[in-house]
Ligand binder design. Structure first.
Ligand SMILES: NC(=O)c1ccc[n+]([C@@H]2O[C@H](COP(=O)([O-])OP(=O)(O)OC[C@H]3O[C@@H](n4cnc5c(N)ncnc54)[C@H](OP(=O)(O)O)[C@@H]3O)[C@@H](O)[C@H]2O)c1
Length: 268
């Protein structure tokens, strides 16, 4: 099978989304289906295409006849990050090569190579695996999603105390990232990176106070000192970018207000 299917059939492509049941994967699947593509959702608990990236089970069948693959899988546990993101990418790319997939889109994180913390190290290593693959690829680097922050604040704030470190972030609505990922899939492999960020840079403590005001939660925001290299990196703004290829337009506050008025609570 040719390695250029993704470029030859920009409309009506067959696209597999690894992690298609997750926060970004779901919205990417919806976006691509809305554009007329044939989308397969792959994950350990997906109804049709059950795959496990830690073993490779199910990948060969799931990728048969696919033009492109979006890797939106993730590990909620830092301990499994290496297995799912790094080794999982190797397994996924090997299966793609056998199936003749023409484009691998890896979703990554702005500044992951400058954040000295286990999970981000695995993301940076995942990028290196993808960038040295034989399957044509694109890496989409996004900043943290508004959804992630809202969920984090809600979970920690249940105790009515919200310890928050200083961190410069540029959060973005997951739906805006899903649109960029869909554009990248349709555009074909770049063998390069595309960066997508939110419209504003703000300190995490400011965002926590805005979250409290908009949701009406009673949690007390208290400063948390994050010592060491990770704290310094977050304060210095390595997780933000002023040279993004795409800058989202939906601000955290507006996104949160829309969630609150539609009763979606914390965005998931
Ligand atoms: N969340 C953010 O703020 C953010 C920001 C920038 C970039 N990103 C990147 O975007 C990607 C998606 O993140 P997300 O937050 O949307 O993830 P998520 O909601 O945690 O979803 C993770 C997905 O991975 C699947 N998965 C987990 N373990 C698996 C395994 N062993 N085999 C196959 N599938 C597995 C899960 O489904 P099952 O449990 O059914 O297997 C689920 O569909 C990640 O690469 C992340 O680094 C996220």
């Amino acid at each position: 099978m040719s390695h250029s299917r993704g470029l030859c059939r920009p409309e009506g492509m067959r696209i597999a989304i690894a992690g298609g049941t997750g926060m970004l994967g779901r919205q990417t699947a919806e976006e691509l289906r809305g554009r007329g593509h044939d989308v397969r959702v792959l994950s350990r608990h997906a109804p049709e295409y059950r795959v496990d990236l830690t073993t490779g089970d199910g990948l060969a069948e799931a990728l048969e006849g696919c033009d492109a693959v979006v890797d939106a899988s993730n590990s909620r546990s830092p301990k499994q990050a290496e297995q799912i993101l790094v080794e999982g990418s190797r397994r996924l790319l090997a299966a793609e090569e056998s199936a003749g997939v023409g484009h691998h889109v890896c979703v990554s994180i702005v500044g992951c190579d400058q954040l000295p913390f286990g999970y981000y190290r695995s993301k940076a290593e995942q990028e290196r695996v993808v960038e040295s693959a034989r399957v044509p690829w694109t890496v989409v680097r996004a900043t943290q999603f508004h959804e992630l922050l809202a969920m984090g604040f809600a979970a920690v704030g249940r105790t009515r105390v919200l310890p928050v470190p200083r961190a410069r972030l540029q959060t973005v609505a997951c739906a805006e990232v899903a649109r960029v990922v869909a554009d990248v899939v349709e555009g074909g492999p770049r063998r390069g990176r595309v960066e997508v960020t939110g419209p504003e840079t703000a300190d995490l403590r400011v965002l926590a106070r805005r979250w409290r005001a908009i949701t009406g939660r009673k949690a007390l925001v208290v400063p948390l000192a994050l010592p060491g290299a990770l704290g310094r990196a977050l304060r210095s703004g390595v997780a933000t970018s002023d040279r993004a290829d795409v800058r989202g337009t939906v601000r955290f506050d507006d996104w949160l207000r829309a969630q609150t008025t539609t009763g979606k609570g914390n965005g998931r």
